[in-house]
Design a binder for this molecule. Structure first.
Ligand SMILES: Cc1cc2nc3c(=O)[nH]c(=O)nc-3n(C[C@H](O)[C@H](O)[C@H](O)COP(=O)(O)OP(=O)(O)OC[C@H]3O[C@@H](n4cnc5c(N)ncnc54)[C@H](O)[C@@H]3O)c2cc1C
Length: 378
C-alpha cells in the first residue's frame, strides 16, 4: 500500500516511520525543509499546560503517549545513535497571592482523580527546590514524574530514522490539491505540476492544515496560534524542574540553557519576534523567577501552533473522501502526543481499529468553542 504524508513536522514524520514499520510504502511531502516549523520551535514539555481543563478522553490520549515515550526513546536512540535528551525533570507550578486565576484546587483534584503523583511544597520547600523563584511564592505543586525532550534533537533523530527505515522524503514539495477517482483518493497534485499517485493520503500539515483542507475539498478549523520563546544562557543546575505559571513557563535544559515561553497570539501567519512580546516574557520572568534576571539572552524565536477551537487534535478519517486521513490540530501538545498519534494513525490506516476511544478527536465531531483551551482573543 502506498501512503503519502503531507507535512514533514513531528506528526507527519513519526507517523510515516510507524507506517513504514507496518509495511507501507511511504512518501513524506514537505513544502520547505523537514521539521523546521512548530515541531522545532516548541519547548518540549511532555505534559499539557493545564491538564485539568481538558476532557478525560484527552488525558487518556496523553497518558497513552507518555507511556510510549521511554520505549520509543530507547528504540530511536539505539537505532540512530543520537541522543534526544528526554529526561524526567519534574514540573512545578508556584502560587502567589496575586495570581489572576487560582488553579490550586482544580490541579490537586485532577491529579488525585487521574493518578498523577503530585507533591505539595510550602514556601521554604519551594524555594529550596527552585532557588531562582520569587520569595513572594506562597506554596507550589510539584509533579516529579513529568519529563521534557529537546525537540530539535528529537526531530533530527526522527529524520535519521526515516532514512534508515527507507521512508522517502521529498522536501521543497508543496501539495496543492487532492486527486480523486469516484470519491476515493488516488494521489495529490504538487505546486510544481507533478502529480503523485497513492492509495491513502494523510494530512499532517500543522498550522497550514486548515487552508490545505479547503484546497483538498473539506473543512477543518485548524488555525495558527503564534508562540514566541526567549533562550537564556545559564549554567547547569540554576534550575531543576520546569516551572510554569499563567504568564510564562521556564524550561531548563541539561546544558544550563533555559527557555522562557511562550506567548499565545492569534495573529495569522505573521512571522518574526516582536519587542512587545519579548519584553512581556522578560517581565514575567523578573516577577516569577527573578534569580534568572542576570542571565544573557542567547536567542529568540517563534512558531505557529496548529490550534483548534476546542483545544483537541483532529485524528481520523475524513468523511466522504475514502482514503483521506487527518492528524493535525495538536495545538500546544504535539510533541507530547506524537508517539500515540503515530501509533493510532498507522494502525488505523493499516486497517486496525485503535484501542482508545477516538470519538472526541474525530475530524467531523461537533465542535463547541472552548474559551480556556481554544483560540486566544488576539
Ligand atoms: C512556541 C511553541 C511552544 C510549544 N511547546 C510545546 C511543548 O512544550 N510541548 C508540546 O507537546 N508541544 C508544544 N508545542 C506544540 C507542538 O510544537 C505542535 O503541536 C507540533 O509541533 C505540531 O506538529 P505538526 O507536525 O502538526 O506541525 P509542524 O511542525 O508545523 O509541521 C507541519 C509541516 O507541514 C508542512 N506543510 C504545510 N503545508 C504544506 C503543504 N501544502 N505541502 C507540504 N507540506 C506542507 C509545513 O511546512 C510544516 O513543516 C509548542 C509549539 C510552539 C510554537
Amino acid at each position: 500500500m502506498k501512503v503519502l504524508v503531507i507535512g514533514g513536522g513531528i506528526i507527519g514524520c513519526l507517523t510515516a516511520c510507524f507506517l513504514k514499520k507496518q509495511g507501507a510504502d511511504v512518501v513524506v511531502l514537505e513544502r520547505g525543509q523537514m521539521g523546521q516549523e512548530a515541531s522545532w520551535a516548541g519547548a518540549g514539555i511532555l505534559c499539557p499546560i493545564h491538564p485539568w481543563l481538558y476532557p478525560d478522553s484527552f488525558t487518556k490520549l496523553i497518558d497513552a503517549s507518555l507511556d510510549l515515550y521511554p520505549k520509543f526513546q530507547q528504540h530511536i536512540e539505539k537505532d540512530t545513535g543520537m541522543v534526544i535528551e528526554r529526561y524526567v525533570s519534574g514540573l512545578m507550578i508556584p502560587f502567589f497571592n496575586d495570581d489572576k486565576i487560582n488553579h490550586w484546587q482544580a490541579a490537586l483534584d485532577w491529579s488525585q482523580r487521574l493518578d498523577w503523583q503530585v507533591d505539595i511544597l510550602n514556601q521554604n520547600q519551594s524555594l529550596e527546590h527552585e532557588p531562582a523563584l520569587s520569595k513572594a511564592v506562597i506554596k507550589s505543586l510539584l509533579w516529579r514524574d513529568v519529563a521534557q525532550v529537546r525537540n530539535p534533537r528529537l526531530l533530527q533523530a526522527i529524520q535519521a530514522w526515516m532514512q534508515m527505515l527507507g521512508v522517502e522524503i521529498r522536501q521543497q514539495t508543496e501539495v496543492t490539491s487532492l486527486l480523486c477517482k469516484q470519491g476515493k483518493v488516488s494521489g495529490v497534485q504538487c505546486a510544481d505540476g507533478v502529480s503523485i499517485e497513492a492509495d491513502q493520503v494523510l494530512l499532517a500539515g500543522g498550522s497550514w492544515s486548515g487552508v490545505l483542507a479547503e484546497q483538498l475539498g473539506f473543512s477543518l478549523p485548524v488555525r495558527p496560534v503564534k508562540g514566541q520563546i526567549v533562550l537564556l544562557k545559564g549554567e547547569p543546575n540554576i534550575m531543576h524542574s520546569m516551572v510554569k505559571h499563567d504568564d510564562a513557563y521556564f524550561v531548563p535544559r541539561k546544558d544550563g540553557r533555559i527557555l522562557v515561553g511562550a506567548s499565545m497570539e492569534f495573529v495569522g501567519f505573521a512571522r518574526g519576534n516582536t519587542d512587545e512580546v519579548i519584553d512581556m516574557l522578560l517581565q514575567s520572568m523578573a516577577r516569577i523567577m527573578p534569580g534568572l534576571k542576570s542571565l544573557t539572552i542567547e536567542k529568540q524565536w517563534m512558531g505557529f501552533r496548529p490550534g483548534s477551537p476546542d483545544g483537541l487534535p483532529f485524528l481520523g478519517a475524513v468523511e466522504g473522501i475514502e482514503g483521506l486521513w487527518v492528524a493535525s490540530g495538536h495545538y500546544r501538545n504535539g510533541v507530547a502526543l506524537a508517539p500515540i498519534t503515530a501509533q493510532v494513525m498507522s494502525d488505523w490506516m493499516m486497517g486496525k481499529k485503535p484501542k482508545l476511544d477516538m470519538q472526541d478527536f474525530s475530524p467531523s465531531r461537533h465542535i463547541a468553542a472552548n474559551t480556556a483551551l481554544g483560540f486566544p482573543q488576539k
